[in-house]
Design a binder for this molecule. Structure first.
Ligand code: SF4
Ligand code: FES
Length: 261
């Protein structure tokens, strides 16, 4: 469900924390299942400051000490699972990778933009997963080795070419940052196109499969929708050069349509 995120309690950016032993959090709250929480608001939490504390740890403290209904996703706590991407002081970030001591307070914590809010900091991810699945992210080579134990080797140069594209942790920050995705719900989006790049540029990709993949990413909601705004590249926590990969696939799509008479 799409939520109007405006609140009556807009926190003032840059306000000073009164007690330096406390971390001041302003957390976006919304719960469609509880009548008095259906209007979005910000709740303030004052958390005992710990050296090296991450925003995720501060949120866990807020939940465990003050409000067990405070809802957010997290799992690995080491920037691997991608589940705690959110807006922290207006910037896309993984909460587990973001230190409280590096931030101006009060620290404003909000759900990812352009994705529907389910509750508090939890956003609807199904659409993002659908877009990832739409590019069919798996191998379909022309030939398989004769027996199951024979490796399908990849050259070191080719591995280097696709290396960064394999880093994606499915956090959806790129989708959240993208104006095009916000305006065109069917746009594949940066992460999904990057996933297509990962397979299309792999020298083991089958010829027929590659041709189909190009056709798909070059359709009306594919690579040509990208306006090279670089927002996805700027927010990616894994430093994947997403815009560069989208441009590379535009070149592949253009090459496929070149005709020589
Ligand atoms: S490409 Fe980067 S920002 Fe996008 S989902 Fe993957 S890790 Fe997250
Ligand atoms: S908890 Fe897994 S990426 Fe932050």
């Amino acid at each position: 469900m799409s939520v109007d995120r405006r609140t009556d309690t807009e926190p003032e950016a840059g306000a000073e924390t009164q007690d330096e032993n406390l971390v001041e959090l302003k957390v976006f709250r919304y719960d469609p299942d509880v009548e008095e929480k259906q209007k979005p608001r910000y709740d303030e939490f004052l958390i005992p400051r710990e050296r090296g504390m991450s925003v995720l740890e501060a949120l866990i403290e807020a939940r465990d000490r003050f409000d067990p209904s405070l809802t957010f996703r997290h799992s690995c706590r080491q920037a691997i699972c991608g589940s705690d991407a959110m807006l922290i002081n207006g910037q896309h970030a993984l909460a587990c990778k973001t230190l409280v001591e590096d931030l101006a307070e009060p620290i404003r914590v909000e759900p990812l933009a352009h994705l529907d809010v389910e509750k508090d900091l939890v956003v609807e991810m199904e659409h993002f997963y659908d877009q990832m699945a739409a590019v069919e992210p798996f191998f379909d080579p022309d030939e398989l080795p004769d027996d199951a134990l024979t490796e399908q080797r990849q050259s070191p140069e080719n591995r280097e070419q696709i290396k960064l594209s394999t880093r994606c942790i499915w956090c959806a920050s790129c989708m959240s940052s993208c104006n095009i995705a916000a305006g065109d719900n069917e746009y594949l989006g940066p992460a999904s196109i990057n996933m297509a790049y990962r397979f299309l540029m792999d020298e083991r990709e089958g010829e027929q499969r590659g041709a189909e993949r190009i056709e798909h990413i070059a359709d009306d909601h594919g690579v040509w929708r990208c306006q090279t705004q670089f927002s996805c590249t700027e927010v990616c926590p894994k430093d994947i050069p997403l815009t560069e990969h989208i441009q590379a696939l535009k070149r592949e799509a253009a090459k496929k349509n070149l005709k020589f008479w």
